[in-house]
Design a protein around this ligand. Structure first.
Ligand code: CO
Ligand code: ZN
Length: 345
């Protein structure tokens, strides 16, 4: 739990992952036989295994956020989104601006009282918001530059049987991967196993594309959030996954179709170990699984997804039991990897 807290508190929007990267390196190093990073900042850990096959796990370290694209003559910051930000989630948020030092700020917009009827009807766009640092312009200009990252200012909170944080997408995936590495540490692994913490997933699966090419995976497993739309106003067939119903095994998303034999194997592992699971079809959006599939020749891929309510907002919510199920399933699978072939005939 402490580690999960730390992982979500660390900051790193796509392309500016330095804050989270150093923490993952520190945590992963003792758990792998060797570890390297590349120019883009991906972290590639390697655990030796007996067989020739190669299993590559990937979880992305970047989070969605904003960057400063203009500092106006009154000291207000204009912002543009990095990753899939819904403009409606920006209203009245507290943020941290990563300038020469960390600065707290709020996202401002005109109050309702002064809007015209016409303006009231319009949905705000990202361009309509600004960051207010509560500082005079001279000070702002000294501390903030174009290109500085802006992240949510939100604490990790326990809410009922759930956790809420600003960046479970995809720090929870990184956490599941690290916890699985802890559990397999010292055990004989059946296949060469790589644990990759990727960058720039939220802007189009960029880090996974470059970092996994040389690894030539036979089997690729992404660990990422998926949507749980088990909320008021959504019909049963639109829920994708449900909180508390276990690890989600991906059948497909917008960027990859899972290998059906690998999916069957994953289901069999879950059943054998009595791990609660559910199946996931995500109609839009992709994960690192897409890159893993096409990283070298062709690979059988799927994802272990952590059901998440309110994805891509500052209050992403996950269920404690689902986290445990995801770790258990990943561990059980790693210890069985290579025992089946997934060639589609
Ligand atoms: Co995402
Ligand atoms: Zn993600």
């Amino acid at each position: 739990m402490e580690l999960l807290k730390k992982l979500t508190a660390a900051t790193g929007i796509s392309g500016r992952e330095e804050g989270i990267r150093s923490l993952i390196i520190k945590e992963m190093k003792p758990l792998v036989d060797d570890l390297k990073t590349d120019v883009m900042g991906n972290i590639i850990g390697h655990c030796k295994g007996k067989g020739k096959k190669r299993l590559v796990l990937a979880a992305h370290m970047d989070e969605i956020g904003l960057i400063v694209n203009h500092v106006d003559d009154k000291g207000f910051l204009r912002i543009i989104p990095i990753g899939g930000i819904d403009p409606r989630t920006l209203m009245a948020q507290k943020v941290v601006v990563h300038g020469k030092k960390e600065l707290y700020g709020v996202i401002g917009s005109k109050p309702k009282h002064v809007l015209t009827d016409e303006e009231m009807k319009k949905a705000l766009k990202v361009e309509d918001y600004y960051v207010d640092l509560g500082l005079p312009v001279e000070k702002v200009k000294k501390l903030v530059e174009i290109g500085d990252a802006v992240t949510w200012h939100r604490d990790f909170t326990e809410v009922g049987d759930c956790y809420v944080s600003k960046a479970f997408d995809d720090r929870i995936g990184v956490y599941v991967m690290l916890e699985a590495l802890k559990k397999i540490n010292g055990k004989a692994l059946p296949v060469e196993t790589y644990a990759v913490a990727t960058v720039q997933e939220e802007v189009g699966v960029r880090g996974a594309e470059t970092s996994t090419i040389g690894l030539n995976p036979d089997i690729g497993i992404a660990i990422d959030i998926t949507l749980a739309v088990d909320v008021p106003g959504s019909a049963d067939h639109q829920q994708i996954t449900r909180l508390g119903e276990g690890a989600a095994i991906k059948i497909m998303d917008g960027n990859s179709i899972s290998n059906p034999r690998l999916v069957d194997h994953m289901k069999a592992v879950a059943k054998k170990k009595k791990i609660k699971f559910q199946m996931e079809i995500l109609p839009r959006g992709g994960t690192d699984a897409g890159a893993l599939q096409r990283a070298g020749g062709s690979a059988a891929v799927t994802a272990i997804s952590i059901p998440t309510r309110y994805g891509h907002s500052s209050v992403e919510m996950i269920h404690k039991m689902d986290v445990k199920a995801c770790i258990d399933l990943l561990v059980a699978y790693i210890l069985e990897a290579g025992s089946k072939d997934y060639i589609l005939k």
